[in-house]
Design a protein around this ligand. Structure first.
Ligand code: 5RP
Length: 218
């Protein structure tokens, strides 16, 4: 699995062109990207990341990161996913960085999702859906989620980079990802949820063994 993550990460370097304004995501697959990013350092004009963890790793590699507001529109956002379908819809947020990830993905011209083969699914929802909530809303949002058929579980001992909590929702079968994404985001107290369908990926790079398969959304 790790060699698949690494292979997908290395393949994504081919999409980085000269003067690139780059958004970098979060997670173990992206960590492989960060460790190989020195190969294309000369092509990167500005760089922003979706978490304090990725920023720290980038700085260890000699990159200076800027916040999204000062870099403007990233040409490219490269990030992993917990699940992805061939419709380019994803569940993200296993690492708890979903809100910043969604903001950078939305701001970027192109979103490349790098995954190992296990992440490819027919229907989203086996992986518990993360929802970032304002702390005082956790019980109310959990009750609303139960009405939608899911069981929300508080991620104990975890606070997001934005100072909020994560509910992980089990047993949701996500048949219509854009509709459910909107419905959950409409609940007061929800910062955002981990369905990425309204802004889906443009390219999926899947590691399969030591090879990769690339699917582009035309
Ligand atoms: C973090 C994420 C990650 O992209 C997702 O959890 C995949 O992580 P990994 O590459 O470690 O499998 O959304 O919030």
């Amino acid at each position: 699995m790790n060699n698949e993550k690494k292979a997908a990460a290395i393949k994504s370097l081919e999409y980085i062109e000269h003067d690139c304004v780059l958004g970098v995501g979060t997670g173990s697959t992206v960590n492989y990207l960060i460790s190989e990013l020195h190969q294309v350092k000369h092509k990167i004009k500005l760089i922003t990341s979706s978490s304090e963890a990725s920023t720290a790793l980038l700085e260890e590699q000699g990159f200076t990161t800027d916040d999204l507001s000062s870099v403007g529109t990233p040409d490219l956002y490269i990030d992993g996913a917990d699940e992805i379908t061939k419709n380019f819809h994803m569940i993200k947020g296993g690492g708890g960085a979903l809100t910043r990830e969604k903001i950078i993905a939305h701001a970027s011209n192109q979103f490349i999702c790098i995954v190992d083969n296990s992440k490819l699914v027919d229907v989203l929802g086996s992986f518990p859906l993360p929802i970032e909530v304002i702390p005082m809303a956790k019980s109310m949002v959990s009750r609303e989620i139960a009405i939608l058929g899911g069981q929300a579980e508080l991620r104990h001992g975890f606070t997001t980079d934005n100072g909020n909590l994560i509910l992980d929702v089990h047993n949701l079968k996500i048949i219509d990802p854009p509709l459910l994404e909107k419905k959950i985001n409409n609940l007061p107290g929800v910062v955002t949820n981990g369905i990425f369908a309204l802004r889906s990926a443009d390219v999926i790079i899947i590691g399969t063994g030591d090879q990769t398969e690339t699917i582009e959304n035309d």
